[in-house]
Design a protein around this ligand. Sequence first.
Ligand code: FPP
Length: 242
Amino acid sequence: MKETRKTPPARELLPRHLGIIMDGNGRWAKARALPREAGHRAGAKVVREIIRYCAQLGIPYLTVYAFSTENWKRPPHEVEALLELLRGYLSDVEQYQKENARLRVLGELSPLPGDLQESIRRAEAESAANTGITVNIALNYGGRDEIVHGVRSLARDCAQGKLDPESITEELLSSRLYTAGEPDPDFIIRPSGELRLSNFLLWQSAYAELLFMNVLWPDFTPEHLNYALYQYALRDRRFGGV
Ligand code: FPP
C-alpha cells in the first residue's frame, strides 16, 4: 500500500506534539548486506531531514526515540556507533540554530559517557532560547523508568513532609517527568511494521493517536510524513467523550 503523499494537511490540522519510534535500521542494512551500523547512519541522516521538515511545517514539539533503556543489550560496537551518531547531532550547533530548534534530551543521563553528557548540557543550554520547534531526543529513555523516576521524586517530597500524598494529581506526576511543561503527544508514528510502543512515552501517550507504517526508517521521507499527518488529520479524537 502506498504510504506517501505529496503535500501535508493544512497547518491547523497538524499535531502539536508528534512522536516517532524510528525503527527498521537493522533490517534496512541487512537487506543490503551491510553492517547494522550502516542502517543507523542512514537513519540518522533521515532524522535530520525529518526534524528540518517538521520545523518547516510548524510542528511545535517532536520527540524521537533514539536509544532506549533496553538498547544497552546490543553488541558494544553497535551501542558505540549509536552514541557516536548522537554526539554528532548534538554538537551540530549550526544545524539546530538554523532551524531555531530547542533541544531537550529525555532519559536517565548518568550512565552515558561523560563527554556525551557534556554535549547534551551544552546543546540544551545553547538552544534554550530558540523559539521554533522543540526537539526531544529520547536517549537512554524508558517510559517505565521515567515514571519510576517521577514517583521517586514525589515520594521524596512526601517523606520530607513537603507533600501530602492525597494531593498528588496526574498533573503533578506529569510535572516530574522528563517532558515536564510540554503537551502530551497527539500522534505517534512507528515505521517498520512492528505494532507496539516499546516503552515509549507510556504515561504521555494515554490519548495519542497511533500509526504503524511498513516503510523502514532509513527509507522514510517527508512524503511518508505527509501521508502520516494526513491520516492524523482524518482521525476523530474524542478523549473518552462522544
Ligand atoms: C531501531 O532500529 C533504531 C534504533 C535503535 C536507533 C535509532 C537511532 C537513529 C536513527 C540514529 C541516531 C539519532 C539521532 C537523533 C541522530 P533497529 O536497529 O531496532 O532496527 P531492526 O528492528 O530492523 O533491527
